[in-house]
Each structure stands twice: as structure tokens, then as C-alpha cells.
Design a protein. Structure first.
Lengths: 471, 125
């Protein structure tokens, strides 16, 4: 068994390269929760409802539960591997140590594109909300674009200035957005008197039959997409072995509650045909209660949720890009840490115009699908990763921060649900699926036959582990 | 195993590599959009002179549509009648399965080869 303590406060997570200026280890479990839930909670404020459009209200609920099982498996697997491979890059670094360089390169790109597209989707929603509120207050036709640019630039600046302030900001606005959902639920539920919810009258059967239930899994992922982003903080938490499993598992529990409440309130207030295409469903639900206070609260909640998510996405995408630069998978210029703020500042700045290109030029459902597909490819990697991890380093061979129970059941369940979700995406968005995978095939060939020549071999393996079994 | 010394890449080469990656990524999203291949397969079968009844809306639903700003059935008809077209051919499904499985197969195979070099240099070098 290795005697290296992965919870060490002296190690900067950069292994044998011994970098003097590393990322700052300043975060606690609450920040990990804020990062994970902050990225994802926007999924309750927008996007999940497209699953209603793909299969009807009941299909969206079934998708919510099955996606919840999928993400519980993700959280369990991630908690074990990340609490052991505690370095920036999260799943990218895991893949580098467990599967191999090409897989790692692909996983790094999944992360960057999943989060950058999610950031773009958040900015689009933020702009849409501003335009909607402007229209409701008599300022029709407001141009969204300056608000989209300003939101992304402000959050990138915050990320540039330091991770502690960034995630403390996330903690506050995420908590407010979560409380807003609870307040909406309590205010509309029959517990405290007359309720405006009309489930009996508004709920219909399955408009597409059981095929629609399968199809709904596509946007069902949106309820939870990004919770695995907690891993990106691995190099910046004070105690990865404790904080990462705690923050991640608390995060998935929070999201399961938020997703169920969101579905319950929205389908009881909004006809499914409208809900399935709504841009800001929780805000619309609050409007339909007739309460101005709730409308303002959920408007603020939507705004905070989009900002928290975009903020977390900038944090995570830049860490993955930075980690790839540090390993020469990308030009090593990106692997620099700011001497004062101790953030991967070049990666943060570089990804800003890319997010803007997508936020200003592409339809939101395409951007969301791009993000979901990158996430889905990543989730398909995870079961392969954990099975290889347990095989190459059995439980008694290295010290793990957390050991997930019932292995390999979570891995097999996750793999099966990923298969179902590929089929769900295929139903309605098959072209994007093939375009996206074609992109990854081309960049994989580019990496293997060209880019990999610039990468050092043995130096990529930075964990203090024994030789893997079978090698 | 002899230690592998990677060549030093010029600054221009590094910039070109990043540009290639960006062009591919942006192309993956925008090429289907430009070719009008992207987007969901949604159909709208709006009846002539639609009424709330002909659109299958009950009194509660009508009340909600009104609250949402749709004063009459005609204004909401396009949203209410939007339906995904889930028809597909077995051939296209098989192509998708082949693409996904082929992608992971290529990746795992190449990764394994690269990984053996990494482990060999790390532990034998």
C-alpha cells in the first residue's frame, strides 16, 4: 500500500513536477457543494422541461428518476476515483492514470465542451430572462446580446481573480436559487391552504407512448448535468478525501429534491405543450401563481441559477484546459498559474471568446444537446474507468479516500442507462449525435498521430501508486 | 525502455494546433446548422380555424394559456400541435450504434498502446 497521504496540504497536486506555484488549496466541502449544485441547479430553471416536450409530463418524471439513478452512479464512482486521484482536470486526470492518454485527451475535451456549451446556454437564458422582464415592464425588443457578453465577461473576471471568492459567490447565489424553489413549492402546495396546482386537469397521458419515455431521457440528463464537475476542484480543496465525496453526494441529494419539486410544481401549473418548449419554466410557473412576490423571487432565482452555473462552468472548463496544457496535450502555455491569484488565468481568458461564439450564434437546444452529448460520452467512460481502476489497483493496493459500495453494479447500471440515453438523443437529434462523435473520432486521430509526439511519456503518470496489475 | 524525449514545438506550430482544434469543434456544431441538418424533427399540424376544443384543451388549460398571454386558440395552435417525428430506420440506428462502438473501440485500442509505453517508461525507465 502506498504511504503517500493524498490529503497532504504540502503537495500541490502536481506530482513529481514539483511546481512551486500551484493552485491555491483554500476550498471546503461547502464550496464543493456550491460548485456542483451551482453548475446544475440551472437545469431545474431551464432545459429539463424539454423532456416534457419529448415525451409528456409523466415521461419527464420517469426520466427525472432514471437520470437520478444514472447520476447517483456517477457520483458514487466519481467520489471513489476522484478522492484518490486528487488533481485538477478531474476525470481527465483519472483517465490519464487509469485508461491511457488518448482516452484522457478525449475526456478533457468532453469536459471543456460540456462546460463551455453549458456556460453558453446559461448566458443565452440569462439574456432571454432580461429580455422577458424588459418586455413585461414595457421595454419591448431589448437587445439581449450586451447582457450575454457582460455576464460571461464578469464571471470570467471573477474566476481570474481567485477561486475562493468565485465559489463563495456561487455558494450564496446557489443557496438563494435553491431556497426559491423550496419557497415556490411550499407556497403552491396544498399544505398551507388553497393551492393553484391543477394536476388532474393539466396532466395528460403519454403523447408518444413509451417511446416518448425513452426519448425524454435525452433532456432528463439536464436535471443533473454537471454534478461531476465537483472533481475539478480536487487540487484546490483543503481535504480532497473528505470534501469531495461529502460535497458531491450532498450535491446529488440536493438536486434529487430540487428536480422532484420542480417537476411537481411546473406540471401542476403549465400545460405540457407550453412547458415542453418554455425558455424559463420556473419563472413561468411563478407567473401563473398570480403572486408578484413569487414571480420576482423566481426571476431572481433564475438569474442567480444561470450565473452560478456559468460561473462554475468557467471554473471547470478552465481547469480541464489548464490540466491538458500542463501535460502538453495542448500547448503548455495554457498550463500557467497566475503568480498572485493562483488561478489558471490563461485558460480562463482563452475560453471566453469560444463561449461567446456559441452563446451569440447558436440556438439553445443545439447548444444544450452539444453539452449533453459531451456529458454522455463522459458518463460512458466512467464505468469503464472504475472497472479498470479496481482491476489495476485492487482495494488493498492503494489508499482510497472513499470506496463506493456494490461494485460493479453502479458501473453496469450507468453503462446501461447511457445506452438508453444515446437512443433517446438519436430520437430527434440523430444528426448532432453523429456530427459530435465524428468530431471526436477526427480529433482522436489528430491527437494519436500528431499531437501526442509532443507529450512526455512516463512523466504523465504523476500519482504515487505502485505499478498497475497486468502491466 | 529508453526515455522518450519529445521534440520542441515551435510557437507557430502550437498556435496552429489550437486553431485546428477550434475549427473542428466549431465545425461540429455549425456545419450541421449550416447544412440545415441540425435541430429536432418537429412537425406542426395546425387545423384550419383552430378552436380550444379542436386542440384538445379543457377549461383549466385554456385559463392557463390565457394567463400565459395566448388570448385565442389560433395564437397557441402552433405550440400545441408541435410533435416530434420519432420514425427512424433500422439502418440509421445501426449506423449510430456502429459509430459509437467504433469510436470507443478505436479510443481504447490506441489508449492501451500509449498507456503501456507510459507505464513502461515510468516503472522501468
Amino acid at each position: 500500500m502506498s504511504d503517500v497521504d493524498i490529503t497532504s496540504k504540502e503537495m500541490d497536486g502536481m506530482g513529481p513536477k514539483g511546481t512551486k506555484i500551484g493552485l491555491a488549496r483554500v476550498l471546503g466541502p461547502a464550496h464543493v457543494w456550491a460548485l456542483g449544485v451551482g453548475i446544475v441547479l440551472v437545469g431545474e430553471y431551464m432545459g429539463w422541461n424539454f423532456s416534457v416536450g419529448k415525451g409528456g409530463a409523466y415521461a419527464a418524471l420517469i426520466a427525472c428518476w432514471f437520470a437520478g439513478i444514472l447520476y447517483s452512479c456517477v457520483a458514487m464512482i466519481d467520489s471513489e476515483v476522484t478522492s484518490t486521484v486528487a488533481a485538477a482536470g478531474g476525470q481527465y486526470t483519472q483517465a490519464k492514470h487509469i485508461v491511457g492518454p488518448l482516452m484522457a485527451f478525449n475526456v478533457g475535451l468532453y469536459l471543456v465542451f460540456a462546460y463551455t456549451m453549458l456556460e453558453a446556454a446559461n448566458a443565452i437564458t440569462f439574456g432571454f430572462l432580461i429580455e422577458t422582464v424588459a418586455g413585461m415592464t414595457g421595454h419591448e425588443g431589448l437587445d439581449q446580446r450586451p447582457f450575454i457578453v457582460l455576464a460571461i465577461m464578469f464571471l470570467a473576471w471573477l474566476n481570474y481573480r481567485g477561486v475562493l471568492a468565485t465559489l463563495t459567490f456561487n455558494l450564496v447565489i446557489t443557496a438563494i436559487a435553491f431556497i426559491a424553489i423550496i419557497v415556490l413549492f411550499l407556497a403552491t402546495s396544498p399544505i398551507f391552504g388553497a393551492s393553484p396546482l391543477r394536476h388532474v386537469e393539466l396532466m395528460t397521458g403519454l403523447p408518444y407512448g413509451w417511446l416518448g419515455v425513452l426519448a425524454a431521457m435525452h433532456f432528463g440528463l439536464w436535471y443533473y448535468l454537471g454534478i461531476e464537475g465537483t472533481c475539478q476542484a480536487a487540487e484546490e480543496v483543503r481535504s480532497p478525501a473528505r470534501s469531495l465525496p461529502f460535497g458531491t453526494l450532498a450535491g446529488i441529494m440536493t438536486l434529487l429534491i430540487a428536480a422532484s419539486l420542480t417537476w411537481y410544481v411546473c406540471v401542476g401549473l403549465i400545460p405540457w405543450e407550453y412547458l415542453g418548449q418554455a425558455g424559463v419554466p420556473l419563472f413561468d410557473a411563478a407567473r401563473l401563481t398570480g403572486s408578484t412576490t413569487l414571480m420576482i423571487l423566481l426571476g431572481i432565482g433564475t438569474m442567480f441559477a444561470t450565473l452560478a452555473s456559468a460561473n462554475g462552468c468557467i471554473n471547470d472548463a478552465s481547469r480541464a484546459w489548464f490540466a491538458m496544457g500542463r501535460d502538453h496535450y495542448l500547448p503548455d502555455w495554457f498550463g500557467a498559474v497566475h503568480p498572485t491569484f493562483r488561478t489558471p488565468y490563461r485558460s480562463i481568458i482563452f475560453l471566453v471568446p469560444i463561449a461567446l461564439i456559441f452563446a451569440l450564434g447558436a440556438p439553445i437546444d443545439q447548444v444544450i444537446t452539444f453539452s449533453i452529448l459531451s456529458g454522455l460520452l463522459e458518463y460512458t467512460f466512467m464505468p469503464l474507468n472504475v472497472i479498470m481502476f479496481r482491476r489495476k489497483w485492487p482495494l488493498d493496493s492503494i489508499r482510497r479516500g472513499y470506496e463506493h459500495p456494490f461494485h460493479p453494479i453502479p458501473a453496469l447500471v450507468l453503462l446501461s442507462l447511457c445506452g438508453v440515453t444515446y437512443f433517446a438523443v438519436f430520437l430527434g437529434y440523430g444528426t448532432q449525435l453523429v456530427a459530435m462523435i465524428s468530431f471526436y473520432i477526427i480529433v482522436s486521430l489528430w491527437f494519436h498521430f500528431w499531437r501526442y509526439r509532443f507529450v512526455r511519456r512516463g512523466a504523465q503518470f504523476t500519482m504515487p501508486w505502485p505499478r498497475p496489475l497486468g502491466y | 525502455m529508453a526515455k522518450y524525449i519529445p521534440p520542441v514545438q515551435s510557437k507557430i506550430g502550437q498556435i496552429i494546433d489550437v486553431i485546428v482544434l477550434l475549427v473542428l469543434a466549431i465545425g461540429a456544431l455549425y456545419v450541421p446548422l449550416f447544412m440545415k441538418l441540425a435541430g429536432s424533427d418537429v412537425t406542426h399540424v395546425v387545423p384550419e380555424n383552430p378552436t380550444w376544443e379542436s386542440l384538445g384543451q379543457n377549461a383549466t388549460m385554456v385559463e392557463k394559456w390565457n394567463q400565459l398571454g395566448y388570448a385565442d386558440a389560433a395564437s397557441a395552435a402552433e405550440i400545441i400541435t408541435a410533435r416530434f417525428d420519432y420514425s427512424f430506420s433500422i439502418g440509421s440506428l445501426l449506423v449510430m450504434i456502429l459509430v459509437i462502438v467504433g469510436y470507443y473501440f478505436i479510443m481504447l485500442k490506441f489508449s492501451e498502446k500509449e498507456y503501456r509505453d507510459v507505464i513502461s517508461e515510468k516503472f522501468d525507465g
